[in-house]
Design a protein around this ligand. Structure first.
Ligand code: 5CA
Ligand code: ZN
Length: 413
């Protein structure tokens, strides 16, 4: 799958510190990638509707992680997927009378243009599920052969295949939830805990036998069908990055069952999963999680079409800590627009207060579990002092500050 153009990232003097992030599985803030390499997989979109600010907040958060790693001198490999065949996509295509492939292609293109506008670094490896079916089939077959999966007759013929979670003693260690919560979330988020015949309620679907009117692929040893959700990301991540990789990322709504199950599949397939799981909080709007299914959306493309500057949107997102849940508001956007104007005025001259401490403090803030609100406050303080104009004048300071916010925060003046 084609990505979008990579933004130019300016080089900064010196090197950033090791980047710490909150690991869902341990609850601790850890250096997720201590070596010279950093390998990241972030779950991509299901392209049935346009990018909303919740998606944007999640991708901008991991973009800041990529930038911080690079600033720390690490070689980053970033992989992501597009869930371009899945229940909600097929349902939307049927409801609107559009071919599901057409819908996925349109929305994937719109997502790419939104990410370009927001200056998000594209993944190095970017795979659609449709183009990875053979790898998924191979993975499901290996799970069947090792006894970690089983078949269940499907209502319209053929067999569905499920993972047998009892084969994985470490199941549950990512999201650390009790059984009742896991069961409820499974039912809510695409699972089928009540399906008769399964060995255990939480066992996730690996392969769905062809149903009338649904797309299906010929799969040697499995029969015609299509991949289950969690195994797609497991297979794509392992293929792109190898295991164990450093960080598995996504929104907190993916911790269970998606990341719990894909980590389990990876352990059963390859003996290891991601070392660290990082989750972004949920962005809400009008009192509820912003979601395609609820329809309470603010779309990036709609804001851009209304003339909102992409960097104002980016600043509005960065004003919140990535791991918190927060609410999108017009006031938040207005504050970001005002901040952009102030920064621009402060950066307009060729001199200002010393930029060295700004670079050090912004670096320290992003390395400290991506504390972007603190980073913005550092630049605010410098801007205010610069605009008052009664400090020793450092020639070239605005240039250094501009490069700092460009490289580390992705905010381009
Ligand atoms: N394709 C799957 C992952 S394999 C999927 O969840 N797609 S998605 O389009 O529904 O979401 C894309 C990303 O945005 C996921 O990481 C999801 O956790 C995140 N996300 C969705 N809604 C919100 C929200 N309201 N706030 C923050 N992040 C969100
Ligand atoms: Zn995923």
């Amino acid at each position: 799958m084609l990505t979008w153009p990579a933004p130019q990232i300016p080089r900064l003097p010196g090197t950033g510190e090791p980047v710490r992030v909150l690991d869902t599985a341990s609850g601790a803030v850890v250096v997720a990638a201590p070596g010279p390499q950093a390998r990241l997989y972030v779950c991509g979109i299901t392209p049935y509707d346009a990018t909303h600010l919740g998606h944007a907040a999640t991708y901008v958060a991991f973009d800041v992680l990529v930038r911080a790693w690079r600033d720390a001198g690490q070689q980053v490999t970033y992989a992501s997927n597009v869930t371009d065949v899945d229940d909600p996509l097929l349902e939307r295509a049927t409801a609107t009378g559009v071919d599901w492939r057409e819908l996925a292609a349109q929305q994937t293109a719109l997502y790419a243009s939104d990410m370009t506008a927001l200056g998000v670094v594209p993944p190095d490896v970017y795979r659609g599920v449709v183009e990875c079916v053979p790898q998924v089939v191979a993975g499901v077959r290996r799970l069947l052969e090792s006894g970690a999966a089983y078949r269940l007759p499907a209502p319209d013929g053929g067999d569905d295949v499920y993972a047998d979670l009892s084969a994985d003693a470490a199941f549950g260690t990512v999201a650390r939830l009790d059984v009742a919560t896991m069961r409820a979330l499974s039912a809510e988020r695409g699972g089928d805990p009540d399906r008769p015949g399964k060995r255990s309620a939480l066992d996730p679907l690996l392969w769905r036998a062809e149903r009338p009117g649904e797309p299906a692929w010929e799969a040697p040893g499995l029969g015609r069908g299509r991949p289950g959700w969690h195994v797609e990301c497991a297979v794509i991540a392992a293929d792109a990055l190898g295991v164990p990789y450093d960080v598995q990322g996504g929104g907190s709504d993916l911790a269970f069952p998606h990341h719990e199950c894909s980590a389990s599949h990876l352990r059963m397939l390859d003996g290891a999963a991601a070392g660290t799981h990082v989750h972004t909080g949920m962005v809400g709007y009008q009192g509820h999680k912003m979601s395609k299914s609820l329809g309470n959306l603010v779309l990036v493309s709609a804001l851009l079409a209304a003339g909102v500057e992409p960097m104002a949107i980016r600043l509005a997102l960065l004003a919140h800590r990535y791991r918190d849940d927060w609410e999108w508001t017009d006031a938040g956007l207005a504050a970001a627009q005002e901040r952009l104007v102030t920064w621009r005025r402060a950066l307009a001259g060729n001199g200002g207060p010393d930029a060295g401490p700004v670079l050090a403090a912004v670096r320290a803030a992003v390395a400290d579990d991506l504390d972007t609100p603190r980073a913005l406050a550092v630049v605010d303080a410098w801007s205010v002092t610069a605009l008052v104009g009664e400090v020793p004048f450092h020639e070239g300071a605005p240039g250094v500050v501009a490069r700092t916010i460009d490289a580390l925060l992705g905010v381009r003046m």
